[in-house]
Write a protein that binds this ligand. Structure first.
Ligand SMILES: *[C@@H]1O[C@H](CO)[C@@H](O)[C@H](O)[C@H]1NC(C)=O
Ligand SMILES: *[C@@H]1O[C@H](CO)[C@@H](O)[C@H](O)[C@H]1NC(C)=O
Length: 275
């Protein structure tokens, strides 16, 4: 029974196309609707700045074998990467590499290869982007050093108003390519009810999400998905979805405190694979 969680993903031959739609922002209708109303984007993440060298040693870039950046993620331990469900879903693990230990996604500290992908069994249920969390198991162990470290998981929810720090190689605006150097931005946790109202009670703002918002021109963008939101040096969230990009609506992040049991259970059940 538990082995179910450890089954590998089937190969999907269409991942070239999926690249176009994968990202922090999947609500294409919403994107199209509001894209024309706002034009000016800030820099990078959107509105962020370049991250200091080594500031996020737990950050990974999930890439195709030909180095196209798909998503962010974090190192849980020497064999496990945590990311968004939509990042672990729909790609053959044999077509992916995961780079660690660098701010420059084209200059890896180390390159690791996933041999399994696990997506939450309730991914997209009951609404799109619900339970948007996933794991990659690596076929070899990460070598830890100053630039390459496991993330610490917070067990405490950041309160409304807390500043959380996002890092990622996501684009500076819709339809831009991912950044080559890691970017960072501070975002503010907002009330869940306020967030849901800002999204007209959209079902995609789920119990497993928390929302961040500062102002239009600041937020996550395509390629930031799966990447970390940190509070008091611990992981509290992973980029899930939003209006691409930073158009003045809150971004939804997978709440990793809500999913702590899921994370621990899945790693434990697949422990036999970790040599
Ligand atoms: C891991 O997978 C990669 C890519 O398939 C392969 O080149 C490498 O030899 C594998 N490493 C181990 C330890 O099996
Ligand atoms: C971001 O937040 C952190 C932690 O609260 C703080 O130390 C840092 O100065 C902030 N950075 C910016 C650019 O505001």
């Amino acid at each position: 029974m538990s082995a179910m969680f450890c089954l590998s993903q089937k190969y999907w031959p269409v991942f070239g196309l999926l690249l176009l739609v994968l990202g922090s922002s999947i609500d294409v209708t919403e994107a199209k609707r509001i894209h024309h109303k706002f034009a000016a984007f800030g820099n990078r993440i959107v509105g962020g700045q370049e991250a200091e060298e080594g500031v996020a040693p737990y950050q990974v870039s999930i890439q195709t074998l030909w180095r196209t950046h798909i998503c962010g993620g974090v190192i849980l331990n020497s064999r496990w990467i945590l990311t968004a469900g939509h990042c672990a879903n729909g790609f053959g693990v044999q077509d992916l590499q995961i780079i660690v230990g660098t701010n420059e996604r084209l200059k890896p500290g180390q390159i690791l290869y996933p041999d399994e992908a696990i997506v939450h069994s309730m991914y997209d249920i009951p609404a799109e982007y619900a339970n948007d969390i996933g794991l990659f198991h690596l076929n070899d162990s990460i070598v830890f050093n100053e630039r390459t470290q496991a993330v610490q998981l917070s067990t405490v929810h950041p309160p409304v108003g807390a500043t959380v720090i996002l890092t990622g190689w996501g684009a500076r605006g819709l339809n831009w390519p991912p950044e080559e150097r890691l970017q960072t931005i501070n975002l503010t946790v907002i009330d869940h009810g306020d967030c849901k109202r800002a999204w007209d009670d959209n079902d995609g703002v789920d119990i497993g999400h928390f929302c961040t918002f500062t102002r239009a021109g600041e937020g996550a963008c395509n390629g930031d998905s799966g990447g970390p939101l940190m509070w008091e040096n611990k992981l509290v969230g992973l980029v899930n979805w939003g209006a691409p990009c930073a158009l003045g609506k809150p971004d939804m992040q997978a709440n990793t405190i809500y999913y702590l049991d899921w994370i621990r259970r899945n790693i434990a059940e697949c422990k036999h694979r970790v040599n």
